[in-house]
Ligand binder design. Structure first.
Ligand code: CP
Ligand code: NVA
Length: 300
């Protein structure tokens, strides 16, 4: 059985616990200058059909730190950009490497790629999910509160990959999540229902953040939705996470944003740069969490 990581549920609860513990250790050991060779002799391909800074750099640096090799393919510079079927790319690429991270558009593209791959496939962001980001986000929550079982809010586009992965996390790990989004921007109803009462959708962002420990947000216009950006800017008016909104959260609340951020849109510059922001810690944790993930998917 090939181990893919297309969504959070592709790891067991125990593996998630192991991953978080290992990621924290890898972080400490890197700070102490310790070297690892757990990916020695392995090559991992990173395939991008959408832009990336963090995902590309954190995977590439992390793989090298574990003694592995990496190759990067962009849609533009490969036959993917000229319409070669994703299934063909998966078959060929997976005969060269030991694992493949794919950042793509529709989830059906990701599923098709995984179906035809002979090696583990990692979802590096699709239209419907961003599970590797959640690994880092949960590690950050854990580092700040000593647990991930704290009330969280997501303010903004509830239909985005980030919001949907938070819904999946609430379902799997049991924390309470309140999503504030305008009408028409909710997570899919079946995903909310599957979370069995752990996820609540409200219209007023102030209601959502009231007393929570973690306030999350993400861009209003995700990659691939650029044509809708004007409409979205209008729809999300009043959803900016700013100082007034943060004053309603718990006094020790933290703010997360997967980045890139648009200051003055989904988050104010003051909050992004402020004392409650953990976005840089969160971005750093991408690398540590993904190293731990690769060790699970590619055991020595
Ligand atoms: N958060 C995140 O995935 O960033 P990139 O788009 O830069 O990879
Ligand atoms: N929702 C955003 C996340 C970027 C990391 C997007 O898909 O563009």
């Amino acid at each position: 059985m090939i181990r893919h990581f297309l969504r959070l549920a592709d790891l067991t609860a125990t593996e998630h616990q192991t991953l978080r513990t290992r990621a924290k250790l890898l972080k400490k050991e890197r700070a102490a200058g310790l070297r690892h060779a757990t990916l020695a002799g392995k090559t991992i391909a990173l395939v991008f059909e959408k832009s990336s800074t963090r995902t590309r750099a954190s995977f590439e640096a992390g793989i090298k730190q574990l003694g592995g090799d990496v190759l990067v393919l962009d849609a533009q510079g490969s036959q993917l950009g000229r319409g070669e079927p994703i299934e063909d790319t998966a078959r060929v690429l997976s005969s060269y490497v030991d694992a493949i991270m794919l950042r793509t558009f529709g989830d059906e593209r990701l599923e098709a790629f995984a179906k035809f791959s002979r090696v583990p496939v990692i979802n590096g962001l699709s239209d419907g999910a961003h599970p590797v980001q959640l690994l880092a986000d949960l590690q950050t929550v854990d580092e700040n509160f000593g647990t991930i079982d704290v009330p969280m809010a997501f303010v903004g586009d509830g239909s985005s990959n980030m919001a949907r992965s938070f819904v999946e996390a609430a379902r799997l790990f049991g924390f309470l999540l309140t999503i504030a989004c305008p009408e028409g921007y909710e997570p899919p109803a079946d995903e909310i229902a599957a979370a069995g009462g752990r996820v609540r959708v409200v219209r007023d962002p102030r209601e959502a953040v009231k007393g929570v420990s973690v306030v999350n947000t993400d861009v209003w216009t995700s990659m691939g939705q650029e044509a809708e950006s004007k409409k979205r800017l209008a729809a999300f008016a009043g959803f900016t996470v700013d100082g007034a909104m943060m004053a309603l959260a718990a006094p020790d609340a933290i703010v997360l944003h997967c980045l890139p951020a648009h200051r003055g849109e989904e988050i104010s510059a003051e909050v992004l740069e402020g004392a409650q922001s953990r976005v840089w810690q969160q971005a750093e944790n991408r690398m540590h969490a993904q190293k731990a993930l690769l060790e699970i998917l590619l055991p020595t």
